[in-house]
Design a protein around this ligand. Structure first.
Ligand SMILES: NC(=O)c1ccc[n+]([C@@H]2O[C@H](COP(=O)([O-])OP(=O)(O)OC[C@H]3O[C@@H](n4cnc5c(N)ncnc54)[C@H](O)[C@@H]3O)[C@@H](O)[C@H]2O)c1
Length: 347
């Protein structure tokens, strides 16, 4: 059965969802935002119903899937209500405010038997999908490095206080780990699975909860240790595109190496993400240069397909939980200044 969408939240990120859904020809029957003005153009375009109160959207019997595109602090309440109402869910990242909420959402969703996707859209770069296909060729993986650096235009390393950036914490429940790092944490687990323990240092603007840098070692049962770092910076010409966006994952196996360089998140039309694959047997490096395509478009088409055919896929509610659990474990490890065993709560 063709899914019928209810969209909650028409802010910054929603345009990518609306664009992707428009291209797949999806039916959007109900839209909600506390700010009616933000919703109006979409309500008109899709000829959909409008509610200021998202509960009315969830109660709409025609809505089969609820897209949760509000600030992350509202995700828990909205997701739980949608699950209780028997709806499928697409939720923006990060799925919840903390690991406890993420655990409850995951358990409720899994018990409901309905579908639940989390929008970690970087998995849908063609470079990432190709790398996943090539991964088994690497053989035993002995090291991995992951970076997510973003230029936020401010020197957070010489800032007296972070009062002016309180809105970031308010909207997203955290700063660089949630906004920048979460995607590459998901990417790490997409390729390497769940670590069993981690050690992390989270660096805050002094006197605040604004995390400006976080460094972690993810430790795996196999003995692999992956190193991860996310940071804000104001270096304007670093990174693959030399435009300050500096994000990559490198995975080293006994038979070769994979490197992926992603592109500026809201301008994927400039360049395709780059994949470099080194094969040790032939001693050749291959650069895969894919077309500059918006991963949101591929993601929306994929979720729509899964929903129509009632198939689970990734990233799903467990992937959403995984990232929230890693983030919380990083903060815990940093506070304790000690490694933390990760309790995956039987999920
Ligand atoms: N995938 C990515 O790269 C990416 C990038 C940016 C943001 N995000 C995620 O997208 C989500 C939204 O972020 P944003 O930047 O679009 O925020 P935003 O503040 O621009 O938009 C949120 C919208 O939700 C509306 N809203 C708030 N409470 C509501 C409620 N109770 N009912 C209905 N509408 C409500 C607001 O009025 C606003 O229009 C966050 O979870 C964020 O982490 C993801």
């Amino acid at each position: 059965m063709k899914p019928k969408y209810g969209i909650i939240g028409c802010g910054n990120i929603s345009r990518f969802h609306f664009n992707g859904l428009r291209k797949t020809g999806a039916e959007i029957v109900h839209i909600s935002d506390i700010n009616e003005q933000a919703a109006t153009p979409y309500v008109k375009e899709f000829n959909s119903r409008f509610s200021k109160d998202y509960r009315q959207l969830i109660a709409d019997p025609e809505v089969t899937v609820v897209s949760v595109l509000t600030s992350s602090k509202y995700h828990y309440d909205i997701c739980m209500e949608a699950i209780k109402a028997g709806k499928d869910v697409i939720c923006e990242k990060t799925m919840a405010n903390n690991a406890k909420e993420a655990e409850e959402i995951a358990k409720a969703s899994l018990a409901s038997g309905k579908l639940f996707f989390v929008s970690y859209m970087k998995r849908f770069f063609p470079a990432v999908r190709k790398a996943k296909e090539l991964l088994p060729r690497l053989g035993k993986i002995f090291s991995a490095q992951v970076r997510a650096y973003q230029n936020w235009g401010t020197d957070f390393y010489n800032l007296g206080n972070a009062d002016a950036f309180e809105y970031v914490l308010n909207s997203y429940g955290g700063a660089v780990i949630k906004c920048a790092g979460s995607h590459m944490i998901d990417m790490t687990m997409n390729f390497l699975g769940r670590p069993k323990s981690l050690y992390a240092n989270v660096d805050y603007v002094p006197g605040s909860k604004f995390d400006r840098k976080a460094t972690a070692l993810f430790e795996y049962d196999s003995g692999l240790v992956a190193s991860f770092e996310t940071a804000t910076h104001k270096l304007s010409r670093i990174g693959y595109e030399r435009n300050s966006w500096d994000e990559f994952i490198q995975i080293n196996g006994v038979n070769g190496r994979i490197e992926i360089y992603t592109v500026l998140w809201d301008h994927p039309e400039n360049n395709g993400a780059l994949l470099v694959y080194y094969d040790n047997e032939s001693e050749t490096s291959t650069e895969y240069r894919f077309e500059a395509i918006n991963p949101f478009d591929i993601e929306m088409a994929y979720f729509n397909e899964c929903l129509e055919h009632r198939e689970n896929g990734n990233p799903n509610v467990i992937d959403g939980f995984n990232v929230d659990m890693i983030i919380e474990s990083m903060v815990e490890s940093s506070n304790k200044k000690a490694p933390v065993e990760i309790d995956w709560k039987g999920i």
